[in-house]
Design a protein around this ligand. Structure first.
Ligand code: ADP
Length: 334
């Protein structure tokens, strides 16, 4: 709630390490991706060979990292974790690749942010389990091929559309993660409340689940804030009144929209007459990076029908106007 960027804060990280589901069977929600992955992993197990490379795409906080860890656990293989922004040179990637063990899972988070030369090295490594190490510079440079043991890349991206086609094609399977149903979030929250040793009521759980933007990471954050509230101001029980009061305090509205969501809708309606307006103009108006608006706020606003993407830019739907308590301009006036 505090960080509208959707990136895990330190508190998230500590908490997430403790609460991450470890097995596919313990992973609620995403039934399609779970079934698809289950099949892929079982087939690999029976063949006794590493599965195809896996690409997971979807908004932040939906479980891409968790699924990567589950894949490694199900395969009973170690996992190496790195991310696109950490790989700025082909040499960074060569160092990682050349130290992988047979069957190991390599998790590449934010894979769309990897530097281009590293990307090219990755294609070859994924396809042929080989890298060419360039020795020397200029006309005298030579490529020394290095054989790699078979491994599995699990790539995660919030922007599958940004991956160059040759890289996308190297993944035998792509799982698209979608926002979670409220019932799945309620299941996750109930389990996590128990793990945290906090007493909760079904009404309190449902209130948080319905206001978590379909996102487990946000659900977990709300749970911690409601727990704080219950322990400091209430009777220690995560119930409906604690949930309502804490969510009001932390600026989560009754539809689960947070400060950034509302700032986007507010700018769209009040400053740009409902749009359409270009993404970068909209981002400047709310004081955020265009990428944050596009990957963090927008997917949920679009999915819930508040915001519409048009060829000429972003536009507010009648629901957005209604949510802000504003009257849209009449079409005849335009
Ligand atoms: P991403 O990599 O997509 O940003 P993570 O895998 O880091 O998301 O998940 C964020 C948090 O949400 C973690 O605490 C994780 O335990 C929790 N989480 C995500 N998906 C689930 C799920 N299906 N069930 C339980 N917890 C989940």
């Amino acid at each position: 709630i505090v960080d509208p960027g959707g990136h895990p804060a330190d508190e998230d990280r500590r908490f997430e390490a403790a609460l991450r589901p470890r097995r596919l069977a313990d992973f609620p929600g995403q039934p399609r991706v779970r079934d698809q992955l289950g099949l892929l992993l079982e087939a690999a197990r029976r063949r006794g060979a590493p599965p195809d490379h896996v690409l997971l795409s979807g908004p932040p906080g939906l479980g891409k990292t968790s699924l990567a860890m589950i894949i490694a656990a199900e395969l009973e293989q170690p996992i190496r974790i790195t991310s696109g922004p950490a790989i700025q040179h082909a040499g960074d990637l060569a160092a990682v690749l050349s130290s992988l063990a047979e069957g190991e899972v390599l998790f590449l988070d934010e894979i769309h942010r990897m530097a281009r030369p590293a990307e090219e090295m990755l294609y070859l490594a994924m396809e042929d389990f080989r890298v060419d190490i360039i020795v020397g510079k200029g006309p005298g440079a030579t490529a020394i091929p290095l054989e790699l043991p078979a491994f599995t890349v699990v790539g995660a991206t919030t922007r599958a559309g940004l991956l160059p086609a040759p890289l996308r094609d190297r993944f035998g399977f792509t799982g698209h993660l979608d926002f979670y149903a409220t019932a799945d979030l309620a299941q996750i929250l109930t389990r996590n409340a128990t793990l945290l040793g906090v007493e909760s009521t079904p009404q309190g759980i449902d209130e948080m689940a319905g206001r978590s933007r379909g996102t487990p990471r946000i659900a977990n954050r709300l749970l911690r804030r409601v727990r704080d509230y219950a322990q400091v101001q209430g009777n220690g029980i995560v119930d409906l009144s604690a949930a309502r009061a804490a969510l009001r305090l932390f600026d989560v509205d009754d539809r689960g929209l947070d400060r950034l969501d509302r700032a986007v809708l507010d700018a769209l309606c009040r400053r740009f007459g409902g749009g359409p307006v270009g993404l970068s103009t909209l981002a400047v108006a709310v004081g955020e990076e265009a990428d944050t608006v596009e990957t963090v706020a927008e997917p949920y606003l679009v999915r819930e029908g508040y915001l519409v993407r048009t060829p000429r830019g972003r536009a507010a739907s009648p629901m957005a106007w209604a949510h802000l308590g504003l009257t849209p301009p009449t079409p005849s006036a335009a």
